[in-house]
Design a protein around this ligand. Sequence first.
Ligand SMILES: [Zn+2]
Length: 137
Amino acid sequence: MAGKVGSSNTGGSAGAARPREIVCANCGQTALVRFEPVYEGFRKVGETVICTACGFRYEPGTEVPFAEPQESRPKIFSDDDRPAAINIFSEEERRHSCGWCKNFVVNPFTQRCGLTNQPVEATGLCLRFEAKPGDSQ
Ligand SMILES: [Zn+2]
């Protein structure tokens, strides 16, 4: 049972490059920040975050207005791509949905499947889909 004392001091990465930006509450700029360790005696009790634009110090315990991490920005591009992908899918699905099936029965109160007599929706997908006759598209 002995000999499994985890070494808690793997250190080395502390304070390494971690560029963070804030939208500074003092100067209003989006600026990089500097981290300054705060010691109480010999014990590190926190970090002061310092705005590199104006030098304003956010003492430990103060809320620091960090900017959004940069990773979130490229999402704008993937959002642009997405509609095209959705269109391909919905077209594919439309061809197999109940609304296009010859067994789809519509009356004023309900839409149902002529095979199962169950209520269905025009957008529903069915394994027993059969294209309407004469619908060459
Ligand atoms: Zn500032």
